[in-house]
Write a protein that binds this ligand. Structure first.
Ligand code: GLN
Length: 242
């Protein structure tokens, strides 16, 4: 009997801007279509979080107010997070969740939301929001597409997820988007991210299965619908509308 892949969906009541929970649904369906047992635990802000119970963790996006609430909670357990990340815990962090991986997110009024400090990264809110369809080129995953809407400008010295071909990315200046560090993947790309980027979705699944020591191959799926959605974002019509 194959061991069940255990996924934690953190603070879905707070961090779920732009349907980021669709990333969880994608991961679950791509396991079910392959007959891989998978279980998702929704972890609320007042729940005890034991990272050792999970093979993959998702932190979605949120507005500044929700991020402050989550930042305060995460701050208390940053040592456990640092140890888990350094031990290879697979972590997908989207937008606000991505920002919370760093030292702080400085709000428009100058106050700083403390982060987990698992990455050498800071975010400062700009005077305008970075909004629109986005496409990046990643050396590992090819073209990744989606939507972005954030006021924060993130800078870091880690490897990016990819390089901007359309859109703003981390800060609208250095042409980089997201972050890759060990098994952490952070990005500003909503949409949600994974339904339209099946190659990235399966990479995350492979990483989580390997971390869980679940030795099952990922049989290829018919991704024709997913790739149609992918191409729809990439099509000149949509990108020209920006
Ligand atoms: N509140 C953060 C910002 O505006 C994150 C937004 C988000 O998660 N979409 O930058």
């Amino acid at each position: 009997m194959t061991k069940t892949l255990s996924i934690a969906h953190l603070y879905p009541e707070l961090l779920n801007l732009y349907a980021d929970k669709g990333n969880i649904q994608t991961l679950v369906r791509r396991c079910e279509w392959r007959g891989i047992p998978v279980a998702v635990t929704k972890v609320g802000i007042h729940d005890t979080l034991d990272l050792s119970q999970y093979d993959l963790v998702l932190l979605g996006g949120g507005s500044d107010r929700e991020q402050e609430l989550v930042g305060r909670t995460l701050r208390e357990v940053r040592k456990e997070w640092k140890s888990a990340v350094e031990s290879g815990l697979p972590l997908l962090a989207i937008c606000g969740g991505y920002q919370l991986l760093g030292e702080y997110y400085q709000l428009p009024d100058g106050r700083k939301v403390p982060g987990l400090e698992v990455l050498d990264l800071i975010t400062v809110a700009g005077t305008s929001r970075l909004i629109g369809n986005i496409a990046i080129e990643s050396p590992e995953f090819g073209t990744v597409v989606g939507f972005e809407n954030h006021g924060g400008r993130t800078t870091h010295q880690h490897a990016p997820l990819g390089f901007i071909t359309k859109g703003h990315g981390n800060n609208g200046e250095d042409k980089q988007e997201g972050v890759r560090y060990k098994n952490v993947l952070g990005t500003y790309i909503h949409g949600p991210l994974l339904p339209k980027n099946p190659r990235l979705a399966d990479f995350i699944l492979e990483t989580a299965l390997s971390y869980a020591h679940i030795d099952v191959p990922l049989e290829p799926l018919d991704d024709s619908l997913e790739l149609k959605a992918h191409e729809a974002v990439l099509s000149r019509r949509i990108l020209r509308q920006d």
